[in-house]
Write a protein that binds this ligand. Structure first.
Ligand code: KG4
Ligand code: ZN
Length: 366
């Protein structure tokens, strides 16, 4: 296979949390081979155990790379660029991917490109929808982050808002645990909420008031820990009044009320960004963007505000952590010359690149 560095063949590795994922991406964005292995060792603990995550990545990384290459029909020696998530995430888990990538980049003499996990999420929708490119407003919602950005072009972002405490996905995970639903909590809440009535319980919309103005720093910011506490209190009250069986009956309604409150805040703040920037193209990214109500409400309310507006999101497979988005972001960074030395390392709290001076207060994963 001839090497064309204008359209490089990129290997993307993702090991920042509990998915071991590798993709081979062609220069025209065709995903030639892609493997996403979700670790199931964490299920019994109701959340990701960092040490177990790192060990499971180490055990599986070689096999996952081999399978991605096999599906792509290429050899490791055909790869032009090695892209790897360097942060943010669980440090032990990140190091597995970064050390593997460094060793192979050195051994094969290929460029090593570190990728910011959340910038990779930003690129994911463009793999399936070629017009999901800047300018756009983006809501990035994952297990560790909740970011509202204005992307003027790739690599040049303005941070509008972020969470002050729990991330959106973390709130879904914690509320699910509280309701006795399996990990990961997002899909569990969504499934159980389908049978529920969101109007049966009224939960607060934290950081959302009508009199907020763009000059206030709470205009775009999020907070989810108060919503979680409100669910704790609601669960206690229901259990006190109706007992454990009554709580079980109410669980779909509580899940639906929580989901509605979280989605309402996420959509309202994103629409504020649309109004203020004048940009009615919205990109949803991160694991929570797989949520059906979030997708539906974002599209419905954006179209009501601006019929020419458009919402982009990846399919659920590419919304969750995956190697293809890492490969895509790595190609962009490679084109910009952001190649790392072999003394590069991983960082649990890597700052978002391209924020143009604004300071991202990185909230570490719980
Ligand atoms: O991006 P991601 O796969 O990993 C991180 O970077 O954290 O996001 C994982 C998060 C978890 O908190 C999970 O509960 C949430 O995304 N999630 C969802 C849904 N699917 C995954 N949240 C709400 N609804 C969903 N359908
Ligand atoms: Zn993620």
């Amino acid at each position: 296979m001839s090497r064309d560095l204008a359209r490089p063949l990129v290997l993307g590795l993702e090991t920042s949390c509990d998915e071991t994922s590798v993709a081979v991406l062609a220069g025209d964005d065709t995903i030639l081979g892609h493997v996403i292995l979700s670790q199931d060792v964490h299920e019994v603990y109701g959340g990701v155990v960092p040490e177990l995550a790192a060990r499971a990545h180490l055990q599986k990384i070689d096999a996952v790379v081999d399978e991605a290459l096999r599906r792509a029909g290429v050899r490791l020696a055909d790869i032009d660029v090695i892209g790897v998530t360097a942060g943010p995430g669980l440090i032990g888990a990140l190091l597995v991917g970064v050390c593997w990538a460094k060793a192979v980049a050195y051994g094969l003499g290929r460029p090593l490109v570190p990728v910011h996990h959340m910038e990779a999420h930003l690129f994911a929708p463009s793999l399936e929808q070629p017009d999901a490119v800047p300018p756009f407003v983006s809501l990035l919602v994952s297990g560790g982050h909740t970011l509202l950005l204005h992307a003027e072009e790739w690599g040049s972002y303005r941070l509008l808002g972020q969470t002050r405490d729990d991330a959106a996905g973390e709130a879904f995970d914690k509320v699910a645990k509280l309701l006795g639903l399996p990990y990961p909590g997002g899909p569990s809440i969504q499934r159980v909420a389908e049978a529920g009535d969101a109007g049966r319980h009224r939960l607060p919309r934290p950081m959302l008031r009508r009199n907020q103005t763009p000059a206030g720093d709470d205009f775009y910011d999020f907070s989810f820990s108060g919503l979680k506490t409100a669910v704790v209190e609601l669960v206690r009250a229901v259990e006190k009044g109706a007992g454990p069986q009554g709580l079980q009956r109410e669980t779909p309604n509580i899940a639906a009320a929580f989901q509605a409150a979280a989605v309402d805040v996420l959509v309202t703040k994103t629409l504020r960004a649309v109004e203020q920037t004048g940009c009615s193209r919205v990109v949803l990214g991160g694991g929570v963007s797989a949520n059906a109500l979030l997708r539906r409400e974002m599209a419905r309310r954006l179209h009501a505000a601006d019929p020419s507006g458009k919402v982009f999101h990846a399919s659920p497979r590419l919304s969750l952590d995956n190697g293809a988005m890492v490969a895509r972001a790595a190609r962009f960074r490679f084109e910009r010359g952001d190649v790392a030395d072999l003394d590069a390392s991983a960082s649990a709290s890597l700052p978002f690149p391209g924020l143009g001076g604004s300071d991202l207060r990185v909230i570490p994963r719980a």
